[in-house]
Design a protein around this ligand. Structure first.
Ligand code: GAL
Length: 414
């Protein structure tokens, strides 16, 4: 009897166009499952709940999101898309072209997103003139993290050139310390590769090779040098690197088992979640060379039925870009706010460095999208490059062969 009465009232509410009774609902697919990531996404869950929303969590473990994207495809193909999905870069436009994304322009316009987001970030959130995603943050990818005590004990400064990095690595190996904490998963190999490529080739070369896919850049001597450095990097990792999750590699630096990690600033979220302090316990610096590789996390809303779900999408989109969430989430996540009007006074030295260099590289034309984190290329193309990078890293393939395979793989990926 009670049940029947409730169903009737809620049906009436939906008919009347109100979702007050059921409340905003959201099933959210994301891949934030490590310590720092889980702490960060909890901020959104709490804000959503305190605004009357009901959150159904759909976490899919796996750094970089490859597993999450496989799960997403299965859900969409079975006609049962989640309400909101962690999605970024050109994948947003690819899904939009499949006709399955919701238009969230009404929220974006009401909240004035165009006035508070840098144009470069806003561009990633637009699909054929409509807003189709909400940005959460700006992660920088080209970072090097270090255990402060290990560097001090071995008389090593943060490297500013790749030669310095190599010299430090040799010194560490001689002292019996693992120079580089790394997890042998293809997206982590790609993360190191793009930092090395930016450092050795410079921003213009990065743009040509990994954004424009210019065949000349892909087959150049510079690219040979990039693979030469990758071969050296392979020698700096421990024997058990294969398949290791990125946060376990971060833990190796934290615990003094390894000196360095090359990873985006979600690694800082791990250090912070473990109670570590920048400049004291761990050090941050951009990887050797110029430029800045950005990785903007965002959420896209999928086309779903039901006023309660649509209300959930609107609420989520609004909260994500609102100043309070942008501050608290990013303090935990290691990234910086996507909005330009959030004060960074409470942010640490690494975040302030990121914001400063995002500004200076933007002015210099060297603010570049991360290929490894899905910001630069469509999936088939970035996948083709990563396959070669990983195959090279895990074999004794020569640099010349890697360059040839890279050019072939890219040519076949269109
Ligand atoms: C990135 C994502 C980050 C972080 C990382 C490791 O692609 O943008 O937010 O989660 O993967 O999972």
């Amino acid at each position: 009897m009670k049940r029947f009465a409730f169903a009737t009232v809620s049906t009436l509410a939906v008919v009347a166009g109100s979702s007050v009774l059921a409340g905003p609902q959201a099933e959210v697919l994301h891949w934030w499952t490590s310590g720092g990531e889980a702490k960060s996404v909890a901020v959104l869950q709490e804000e959503f709940a305190s605004n009357g929303g009901t959150w159904t969590d759909m976490p899919v473990a796996g750094g970089g999101g490859d597993a999450a994207m496989t799960a997403l495809r299965a859900r969409v193909l079975s006609g049962n898309a989640p309400t909101a999905v962690q999605l970024k870069g050109p994948a947003i436009q690819e899904w939009y072209e499949e006709g399955v994304l919701a238009d969230i322009s009404s929220v974006a316009e009401a909240e004035g997103w165009a006035d508070v987001l840098p144009a470069s970030i806003a561009g990633h959130m637009m699909c054929e003139g409509a807003w189709c995603a909400a940005p959460v943050n700006v992660h920088r990818v080209d970072w090097i993290w270090a255990n402060a005590d290990i560097l001090a004990a071995n008389g090593i400064e943060m490297p500013t050139t790749w030669d310095e990095f190599n010299a430090a690595a040799v010194k560490l190996m001689d002292a019996g310390v693992i120079p580089l904490a790394h997890g042998g998963q293809s997206w982590q190999d790609a993360t190191v590769f793009e930092a090395v490529l930016l450092g050795i080739g410079g921003p213009e070369f990065y743009q040509k090779a990994l954004v424009d896919l210019d065949p000349e850049a892909l087959t150049s001597d510079t690219m040979v040098q990039v693979f030469d450095q990758m071969r050296l990097m392979r020698g700096y990792v421990d024997e058990n690197f294969s398949g290791r999750d990125w946060n376990l590699a971060t833990a190796m630096v934290m615990n003094g088992e390894a000196a360095f990690q090359i990873m985006g600033d979600w690694a800082k979220g791990e250090f912070l979640a473990a109670g570590k302090t920048p400049s004291e316990d761990f050090l941050c610096a951009s990887t050797p060379g110029d430029g800045y590789l950005y990785n903007v996390d965002s959420f896209a809303m999928f086309d779903v039925d039901g006023e309660d779900k649509k209300a959930g999408q609107d609420l989520l989109a609004k909260l994500i870009v609102a100043p309070n969430f942008q501050k608290v989430f990013n303090l935990n996540k290691g990234s910086i706010p996507a909005r330009t009007d959030v004060a960074l006074d409470d942010f640490d030295i690494c975040a302030n460095l990121s914001a400063e260099e995002m500004g200076s590289t933007s002015a210099a034309g060297s603010l570049l999208p991360s290929y490894a984190h899905g910001m630069a290329l469509r999936g088939s193309q970035s996948g083709a490059i990563t396959d070669v990078v990983t195959a090279h890293f895990n074999s004794d393939m020569s640099s010349a062969d890697a360059v040839q395979q890279l050019a072939d793989a890219v040519a076949n990926s269109y």
